[in-house]
Design a protein around this ligand. Structure first.
Ligand code: NAP
Length: 485
């Protein structure tokens, strides 16, 4: 399949109550290819009235959907997993065109994204309660789990499918209806997925999707609508905080998957080659545009030179180019703003004394490319150590004791994930327990897994997606006291 066919297969309207339609007022916004800066498609620009219509549709079918047998809900997810698997090449091509990453990366995301649907198809039939005798005697205690109700799901651009399926999967499995607001920069993948869910038999109104170029204005009325029961948000911490304030009015249930600033610790006893392999995954997956991307490398002074030289050699040899080209490993960044931010953080670090071992500059020409970059001897005051870089830049600092490593790792308002490379079991457990993060990668640069609970602490948010925990975010607990004569 060629790229224009994959892009052309994506719907471009709003999907409300089982029908594709234009936005109120007929407005559209352009989606572009970050590898060329050229427009791909115009997408319907949903307005506040459309978001309300989407919630109307979700509310209308909530009771029926909750009463649909769990097996049926699960089978729809399972069929969609199959459809995504069968059409992985088309979906990957579409994703690369609108998001930029290499085709291999997009294929990996399609697999990861589909896996959430398969996982939650299996969880749908395991929503259980509890029955207990009152310890004091005379009554019984019954607990049951029921769907939370209509949800608003807001997703970012960096994983155009997976950030959606890890909300949509458990919401469908739990029996919730939903309004989805995909990212303005990458709505096409989610629109295509919506068509596949429909093809798999998802009833009208269960999932409604409202792309929009004015997210705040469009979703604000939903946040104030008492019929909405939950918001699941993946994105930046400042937007998450704004949504929490808005959610206070109706005391909405919240899941917040927010920003990260992952430390990558390499201890002196580590297998340095394995640490370099792990670093390449943790840093360069998704062009570095990942909330779990290693943002800063803290390396034991004894192995720092070896680790730094090997990482710089590998990153300097990576092939940068349009994501659809053969052999490309690093695609463009998502837009000029993102590239400018990466450049600014590198300039700040270099201005404060960091050494550039490889890269260090944008790539001339069309598209938003930035060279894979390794910075050594990065001073503590460099902004890149405390701000999320979201690009292919690895800043390296050193430490001389375990206490110092842990202190450096935890010196952040964020706490999503941390990576630890050591062969010492005692040290591994001590450090894993001491880290202020929701996840730890121990001798691995990859933690994302549909069957594990993904999420953070501190300014990285709360709530968990994936694993057996993920469906709980969409379930309410009810307790029934039963008199027994
Ligand atoms: P963002 O700017 O916060 O946007 C995320 C989503 O929120 C988009 O759909 C956006 O719409 C929407 N949005 C923006 N302002 C809003 C408002 N006032 N009210 C309601 N919705 C609003 O984040 P991003 O730049 O797309 O994504 C990057 C961030 O996401 C990074 O910080 C990254 O770490 C984080 N992230 C976290 C996780 C995790 O699981 N913890 C996973 C992936 C990414 P528009 O597209 O129209 O702006």
């Amino acid at each position: 399949m060629d790229a224009s066919k994959a892009v052309g297969a994506a719907p471009t309207g709003l999907f409300i109550g089982g029908e594709w339609r234009d936005a109120t007022g007929g407005g559209t916004f352009a989606v572009e290819d970050p590898g060329t800066g050229e427009k791909l498609r115009d997408v319907a620009d949903g307005q506040a009235a459309d978001a309300t219509a989407a919630l109307d549709a979700a509310v209308r079918v909530q009771d029926d959907w909750a009463a649909t047998p769990a097996r049926e809900r699960g089978e729809i997810l399972r069929r969609t997993w199959q459809l995504m698997t069968d059409r992985a090449d088309e979906l990957a091509l579409l994703m690369t065109m609108e998001m930029g990453k290499s085709l291999a990366e997009s294929r990996a995301e399609v697999t990861y994204a589909a896996e959430f649907l398969r996982w939650f198809s299996e969880e749908a039939v395991r929503i259980e309660g509890r029955y207990a005798a009152n310890p004091a005697g005379g009554s019984r205690l019954l607990t049951m789990k029921q769907p939370v109700g209509p949800c608003l799901l807001i997703t970012p651009w960096n994983f155009p499918l997976a950030m959606g399926t890890r909300k949509i999967g458990p919401a469908i499995a739990a029996g919730c209806t939903m309004v989805v607001k995909p990212a303005q920069l990458t709505p096409l993948s989610m629109l295509r997925l919506t068509a596949l869910l429909t093809e798999a038999g998802l009833p009208p109104g269960v999932l409604n999707i409202v792309p929009s170029a004015s997210a705040g204005r469009t979703v604000a009325p939903l946040m104030a609508d008492p019929r909405l029961r939950k918001v699941s948000f993946t994105g930046s911490t400042p937007v998450g905080q704004k949504l929490m304030e808005q959610a206070a009015g109706n005391l909405l249930r919240l899941s917040m998957e927010l920003g990260g600033n992952a430390p990558f610790l390499v201890f002196a006893d580590a297998d340095v080659d394995a640490a370099v392999e792990g670093a390449l995954v943790a840093k360069m997956r998704n062009n570095g545009e990942s909330c779990v991307a290693a943002n800063r490398f803290h390396v034991a002074a004894d192995v720092a030179e070896e680790f730094t030289a090997k990482l710089a050699e590998r990153m300097g040899a990576m092939t940068v180019g349009h994501g659809t080209e053969d052999g490309v490993e690093v695609g463009p960044l998502i837009d000029e703003d993102q590239r400018a931010k990466v450049a600014e953080l590198v300039e700040d670090a270099v201005g404060k004394g960091a050494d550039v071992l490889t890269g260090g500059a944008a790539v001339d020409g069309a598209g938003y490319f930035y060279q894979p970059t390794v910075l050594a001897a990065v001073p503590a005051e460099a902004r890149i150590l405390s701000e999320e870089v979201f690009g292919p830049v690895a800043p390296i600092t050193t430490f001389t004791s375990d206490d110092e490593a842990l202190r450096l790792a935890n010196n952040s308002e964020f706490g999503l994930v941390a990576y630890v490379f050591t062969r010492d079991l005692d040290r591994a457990l001590r450090v894993a327990e001491g880290l202020d993060s929701g996840m730890v990668g121990l001798n691995t640069g990859l933690v994302s897994n549909a069957s594990a609970p993904f999420g953070g602490v501190k300014s990285s948010g709360f709530g968990r997606e994936g694993g057996t925990e993920g469906i709980e975010e969409y379930l309410s607990l009810k307790y029934v006291a039963i008199a027994l004569g």
